[in-house]
Design a protein around this ligand. Structure first.
Ligand code: PHE
Length: 338
């Protein structure tokens, strides 16, 4: 190699390549390719000694200057890239006060429960709650369901394992035990609802959960008839689903009411049962120390999940307790003030 390299042309190529290197990795590749041990400029510097002696000093000095110039350009390019990154970061104003995004949302069953409770309060009902762990006698016997009664099979029961041989306890299978507890403490007129969670030893499927929420209703006064039951429950269902809703009462059996009924509403062409109800059994009124010729009344039990399924168009009851955030997030912003 006897020709002197065209240093100007080399510098132009090197600078253009450096300017095109868009990130630190590309800049490093450039450095290795030009200034590294086997880099192009290093090769040029090595070639200087093969030049005729009289040209070596000038070419050597020019190549060395170019090396310094490219080293400097390399440093500048790195700094420029670093600054560009910092500028992007500056788009976030870290001095702004923090904004807390809303966290969580009410559970759809809580929303429905509150909405139902508000509706009953508007209709003049008091609200009380009772224990989830209940005595067998309140859940069954005093509701006219003794141990040998086939009606016990209506409620598959989760019993509490208890070492002491005391009275048997269970997770209440319905909110009806509060009818008895309330009657023990209060005199008529009685107009009360009992929201609460109930538990059943149940195979879970799209319409059955082992844990569910109910509203018990109990109304006792002088001169109440089935007409009062019908009027009250029709009014409730209309407040809940709109005044156009069609309702249907049919005979049903519950040991603690006589007569007993179910209330169904017409929903997308089908009749859907929304609650069980009936006139409080004469024996239960007598058991409370009241004269059943003077006092009568009615009771009802409504499933909250069923109401929530209808209101929100949920077709699988299991969705409520599966804790899938994508499902629960759908209720963000609804507070039940419907
Ligand atoms: N406790 C009954 C149930 O859970 C519902 C009911 C309540 C029926 C009050 C009549 C009167 O199935």
């Amino acid at each position: 190699m006897s020709d002197a390299p065209d240093l100007d042309a080399l510098e132009e190529t090197a600078r253009a390549a450096l300017a095109a290197a868009g990130d630190a990795a590309a800049v490093e590749d450039w450095r290795v390719g030009w200034l590294g041990r086997k880099g192009r400029l290093t090769g040029v510097l090595r070639g200087v000694r093969e030049l005729p002696a009289e040209r070596r000093p000038a070419v050597g000095a020019g190549a060395n200057r170019l090396k310094l110039a490219l080293q400097e350009a390399h440093g500048e390019r790195l700094a420029a890239l670093r600054e560009a990154r910092a500028d992007e970061g500056a788009a976030i104003d870290v001095t702004l006060p923090g904004r807390q995004p809303p966290q969580g949302t009410l559970h759809p069953i809580t929303i429905t429960r509150r909405m139902m409770e508000r509706t009953f309060r508007d209709m003049g009902f008091d609200v009380v709650e009772g224990p989830d762990v209940e005595l067998e006698t309140y859940n069954f016997d005093r509701l006219r369901i003794p141990a040998d009664h086939p009606a016990r099979e209506m409620w598959d029961t989760i019993w509490i394992a208890d070492e002491d041989a005391g009275p048997r306890k269970l997770l209440r299978t319905h909110t009806s035990p509060m009818q008895i507890r309330y009657l023990e403490r209060r005199e008529p007129p009685i107009r009360v609802i009992v929201p609460g969670t109930c538990y059943r030893y149940e195979a879970v499927d799209a319409t059955h959960e082992w844990m569910l929420s109910q509203f018990e209703g109990l109304v006792i006064d002088e001169g109440l008839s089935f007409a009062h039951l019908k009027g009250t429950l029709e009014s409730f269902v209309q407040r809940l689903f709109g005044s156009e809703i069609e309702t249907r009462f049919r005979c049903d059996y519950f040991p603690f009411v006589e007569p007993g009924a179910e209330l169904a509403i017409r929903w997308q062409g089908d009749w859907l049962e929304v609650l069980g109800c009936g006139m409080v059994h004469r024996e239960i009124i007598e058991q409370a120390g009241l004269d059943s010729r003077r006092y009568t009344g009615f009771a009802f039990g409504i499933g909250v999940e069923r109401v929530a399924m209808l209101r929100y168009g949920v077709t699988d009851i299991r969705a409520f307790y599966a804790n899938d955030l994508r499902f629960l997030e759908r209720f963000r912003g609804s507070d039940g003030s419907a």
